[in-house]
Design a protein around this ligand. Structure first.
Ligand code: NAP
Ligand code: F7E
Length: 337
């Protein structure tokens, strides 16, 4: 039986990856920051909390990384832990740099010293492309990060490549575009949209407040992406791969898709901060724009090219963006019933 360790096991991807690996017959271990009362709702919702082994683990502390890897003979280590909210990285820039950047060096250094045969996965991100240098983005596209989060992830990406090349470690980096699910945190835009529209569809009167509706993202389903993470570590040689759908969608269109799944027929009018959406049936204002949710520097448009992952191990997405919006909106609506 293979043994895997997942940092960030309590997050969206950690929960889906745990379920996926358990179904493959793995013994699954994971790191939690607050073992006395960890936030385990994602693992509970997927029904796997009782099947995983939780260890005290913080990316800020080298000694517990050495202990965790020194005491356990893991075959695969997936680093999913991060301060993952881009917007918060301007408020906590040094913390984001430490956890998302130097934290990865701490893991690699511990693995090199006490568990050098373990295969390693680093959660890299399309945010590294930032102000995009070509369209679509693939493994050869130059990085131009636009947030403290993105800058830290570029460091993490290159230190992973460097340890692979310097110490012959099996260390791979998955450059994943946005992937979402009913387990997504409510501060991220897709889940904010679906949870707020569900509230409105249930009779709530306050409109949904959003920032930049013109931003475009390549949205996929998290369940598809964790399979790609695992596939990367099954390759004989470690490498870097983009996972994406190849389709880009504005935030405005995602709202329209989610609204439609809940019976809201949205009509958009205005521009910039005066833009709004009204439900044609009720005449109620459903969406308004607030400057509060704009970022100091924006990533305007991302769209990925996953050809390398498809050609190498046959990965492709199975859920398109409309189905994703519907899945998330209905889950939020049902949760309120
Ligand atoms: P998420 O739901 O926010 O989960 C993040 C996890 O990291 C949580 O379990 C959190 O634990 C843990 N964590 C945060 N700081 C930590 C620290 N100092 N030490 C140990 N654990 C810590 O994120 P996600 O969406 O699953 O994303 C997983 C990874 O993929 C992240 O690295 C993210 O940056 C990256 N990524 C995500 C996407 C996406 O679209 N989802 C795309 C590309 C890359 P707590 O429960 O204690 O907070
Ligand atoms: O924003 C715009 C916002 O916070 C998406 C993380 O998983 O994916 C995620 O990062 C877009 C941005 O995700 C609101 O300005 C408009 O353009 O959902 P988000 P993100 O920044 O793309 C990448 C790949 C990661 O690696 C990250 O870990 O939506 N937007 N109005 C808004 N965003 C939020 N959060 N809230 C709004 O009200």
């Amino acid at each position: 039986m293979k043994r895997a360790f997942i940092t960030g096991i309590t997050g969206q991807d950690g929960a889906y990856l745990s379920k996926f690996l358990l179904e493959k017959g793995y013994e699954v271990h994971g790191g939690v920051r607050r073992p006395a009362s960890p936030e385990t709702s994602c693992l509970e919702k997927l029904g796997v909390l009782d099947d995983v082994h939780l260890h005290q683990f913080d990316l800020g502390d080298s000694s517990n990384l050495f202990k965790t890897f020194g005491d356990n003979n893991f075959d695969e280590v997936y680093n999913l832990a991060a301060q993952s909210f881009v917007g918060a990285s301007w408020d906590q820039p040094t913390y984001s740099a430490d956890v998302n950047g130097i934290g990865v060096l701490r893991i690699l250094d511990a693995l090199r010293t006490v568990l050098p045969e373990a295969r390693f996965y680093q959660a890299s991100t399309s945010e590294m492309y930032g102000r995009v240098q070509s369209v679509p983005q693939n493994e050869e596209t130059a990085f131009y990060p636009r947030s403290p989060y993105g800058v830290a992830k570029v460091y993490a990406h290159y230190i992973t490549v460097n340890y692979r090349e310097s110490f012959d470690m099996h260390a791979s980096s998955g450059i994943l575009f946005n992937h979402e699910s009913p387990l997504r945190g409510k501060e991220f835009v897709t889940r904010k949209i679906t949870s707020e529209l569900a509230r409105i569809a249930k009779g709530g009167s306050e409109p949904l407040l959003l920032g930049n509706l013109d931003a475009e993202r390549d949205f996929g389903f998290a369940g598809d992406y964790v399979e790609g993470m695992w596939q990367m570590l099954q390759q004989e040689t470690a490498d870097d791969y983009v996972l994406a759908t190849g389709v880009s969608t504005t935030i405005r269109d995602f709202v329209t898709y989610a609204g439609s799944a809940l019976g809201l027929d949205l009509e958009w009018s205005g521009t910039g901060v005066t833009e709004k959406a009204v439900d044609r049936k009720s005449g109620n204002a459903i969406v308004k724009v607030s400057e509060e949710f704009f970022r100091p520097a924006e990533v305007d448009a991302l769209v990925g090219d996953p050809s390398k992952a498809k050609a190498t191990f046959g990965w492709k997405h199975t859920v398109d963006v409309k189905t994703l919006a519907e899945m998330m909106a209905k889950a939020d609506f049902d949760a309120l019933s």
